[in-house]
Design a protein around this ligand. Structure first.
Ligand code: GLP
Length: 244
């Protein structure tokens, strides 16, 4: 779906999330959301906060799982995805903080494997993700599933692509300060979500959006795996869709 600008597109996505939450509330059920960081979903969170403050949208029945976190990363560091999620979203809504899950960038190396299996198990135990929000990196990554990721990959420790670290360098005051690794949900984890929304804005994403939507399905561009899913929608603005 192509919208005239990121603002209108983000409001549409936020309203879909709000409908899901309200439908689940009516049935006395939880909404299990897979959330993303980055500049792309920022306006979605702003609109959801507005709906909470002005329209009384409650997040008390919402359980969230974030896609990824840098590794190693202290949760209270300015660049952590924990800081991003609380500053941008969780601190401004009524979500129960026990219902928030973000990969732990402090876990010791020999515990990571078990930790990642447990992250998957928690999602499955809740019946899976109702909705997964995604951005897209210029390498074609979803979450931090960089080129080479397998379609059935699970939550795991990965090595970041050089382009990803260059793109992140402005937040870290130089590429040399960007962690070389991350913990990410896998492509397989994402695929199990009942609904997937990938958002991309601006001309900087036009080339990778074209590859993801129209290119051959390849591990070199993990977002191309989404072509294999019936439950995925690309939400774009005029600029990011301009090469299609
Ligand atoms: C990071 C995140 C991704 C995100 C991507 C794009 O690498 N791990 O989940 O989709 O960046 O970021 P932005 O939305 O700022 O363009």
């Amino acid at each position: 779906t192509v919208y005239p600008n990121p603002e209108i597109a983000s409001i549409a996505v936020a309203h879909r999330i709000a409908s899901l939450i309200k439908n689940k509330q009516q049935k006395g059920e939880s909404a299990v959301l897979g959330l993303a960081t980055g500049s792309t979903p920022h306006r979605v969170y702003v609109e959801l906060i507005r709906m909470h403050k002005e329209e009384g949208l409650s997040f008390q029945n919402v359980i969230t799982f974030n896609l990824d976190e840098y590794y190693p990363m202290q949760p209270d560091a300015e660049q952590s995805y924990v800081s991003f999620m609380y500053n941008t979203f969780f601190d401004h809504i009524d979500i129960d903080k026990n219902n928030v899950h973000i990969p732990d960038g402090t876990i010791s190396k020999n515990e990571i494997h078990g930790y990642c299996l447990e992250y998957e198990r928690k999602i499955s135990a809740l019946g899976g993700l109702d909705l997964q929000l995604l951005g897209i990196g210029r390498t074609g990554h979803i979450g931090f599933n960089e080129p080479g990721s397998a379609p059935n990959s699970g939550t795991r420790l990965v090595t970041l692509d050089d382009l990803t670290r260059r793109d992140a360098s402005r937040n870290f005051g130089g590429k040399e300060n960007v962690p070389t690794k991350a913990i990410t949900m896998g492509v397989g984890t994402i695929f199990k979500a009942k609904e997937i929304i990938l958002m991309a804005w601006n001309s900087t994403k036009a080339d990778i959006v074209k590859k993801a939507v129209e290119g051959p399905i390849t591990a070199e561009v993990p977002a191309t795996y989404l072509q294999l899913s019936d439950n995925v929608e690309f939400v774009l603005d005029t600029e990011s869709s301009s090469a299609l």
